[in-house]
Design a binder for this molecule. Structure first.
Ligand code: NDP
Length: 371
């Protein structure tokens, strides 16, 4: 751990410009908040693909988290990131040698942003190196792996967080505030639609060995997770049905479309759709005895839009990954408790539910859940 002051001094000493310094060039006439002087979470990003690039750009605006290292199998990407984010050579690793991160005092946490099936082995190695783990969703490809990740991080006394960026999003949190304040009355029903038309059939998302499954692992998980935080309970049963219109594109083990339903202890129910073959499906709807709330888009990169029976939500859009990483820094460095958990146990619940959804599809039966 380091403070922001130490961090900036170090960077100044090495004559490297850094986006944080933008605060210093605000015109004097504009009142600006005191620059943040607290601790900064120093993060190494593992897997420099499409989402990692989005996270890295968003982290330019973080106050409490900064990129200090990279782990990649592609030397040209490492060079590019070194230039873009001022990463010294000694903080660059590949997949063969990243266990050495153990001895690197400039890195507090590793953010794993690789294909799903790699999360489990990579998490175990990062934990063994004594670094905190932030891992993209789905945390693993099944609950057994997820449990092993939780256990490994516990044993190594490091934190494990899952990249659930919506847990920090303002309009999402407004729905939860309304629900908790009783403004919706008794919650009765959630509907979640999560899907998009996937393109290139040769990408890793369409290869079960790397993805662990199809749309459910990738996008359906948003409705699985959303049903839980919107209703505010854990489901006790699940039923599910699969349809496949293109078995050539969506091979064995790659689900194209799954409809699934949950029952909750209070009697509330949920009805959800996960698909890789329909666009414009990003919608959450929560219904209660006294009112409703809806978000559409609900989980895209934003701006999220929504309303309740009381009117439109007008919270300003902030890049999700900027808020997520600042909040995750607080969770790791200061033990802050988020409104909705983002820890390994939270990710594990989704993996248990997804295992049960696949089991319900296979068996055609209602599967009871104990989370
Ligand atoms: P990409 O394919 O764009 O990037 C994955 C990166 O992982 C690659 O660029 C590569 O980086 C590295 N990698 C290591 N081994 C392999 C391999 N065998 N095959 C392919 N890539 C490999 O994927 P995304 O960035 O879209 O997704 C990565 C993870 O992030 C997934 O788990 C996904 O679910 C999650 N995600 C989360 C989102 C969110 O909103 N929370 C949004 C999008 C994705 P390198 O060359 O540096 O080794």
């Amino acid at each position: 751990m380091t403070t922001r002051r130490d961090f900036l001094q170090k960077l100044t000493a090495t004559a490297i410009s850094f986006p944080f310094t933008a605060h210093a060039i605000q015109p004097k006439s504009i009142a600006v908040a005191e620059p943040y002087q607290g601790p900064v979470l120093r993060v190494a990003i593992m897997g420099l693909g499409s989402y990692a690039n989005r996270v890295a750009e968003a982290m330019r605006d973080c106050k409490k988290a900064a990129i200090t290292g990279v782990i990649s199998g592609t030397p040209s990407k490492i060079k590019d990131w070194q230039g873009k984010y001022n990463i010294p050579e000694k903080n660059c690793y590949n997949y063969d040698n990243f266990d050495r991160i153990k001895d690197n005092k400039d890195i507090d946490a590793v953010y794993i942003i690789t294909p799903n099936a790699l999360h489990h082995p990579q998490c175990l190695r990062v934990a063994a190196a004594g670094k905190h783990v932030i891992c993209e969703k789905p945390m693993a490809v099944n609950a057994r792996e997820g449990q092993e990740m939780v256990d490994a991080c516990k044993k190594a006394r490091v934190k494990l967080l899952i990249g659930y960026r919506m847990h920090f999003e303002a309009k999402t949190l407004e729905v939860l505030r309304m629900r908790n304040a009783g403004e919706l009355g008794k919650v009765l029903f959630f509907e979640g639609h999560s899907g998009f038309q996937i393109g290139n059939p040769n990408q890793w998302r369409m290869n079960k060995a790397l993805s662990g499954g199809g749309a459910m692992m990738d996008i359906g998980i948003y409705s699985v997770n959303g049903a839980r935080y919107m209703i505010g309970e854990e489901p006790i049963w699940v039923t599910a049905q699969e349809t496949k219109t293109d078995p050539v594109k969506f091979k064995e083990g790659i689900d194209e479309t799954i409809l699934f339903q949950f029952g909750f202890p209070s009697g509330a129910v949920a009805s959800c759709l996960s698909t890789y073959s329909m666009n414009y499906l990003d919608r959450f709807f929560l219904n209660g005895e006294k009112g409703y709330a809806m978000l559409q888009p609900a989980t895209g990169y934003g701006p999220i839009e929504g309303r309740s029976h009381k009117g439109e939500f007008k919270h300003p859009h902030i890049t999700h990954q900027t808020t997520q990483m600042d909040e995750m820094a607080e969770i790791i460095l200061n033990n802050k408790k988020p409104v909705v958990p983002v820890d390994g146990e939270e990710g594990l619940k989704d993996m248990k539910i997804i295992d049960a959804i696949y089991e319900a599809v296979r068996s055609g039966k209602r599967i009871d859940l104990r989370l």
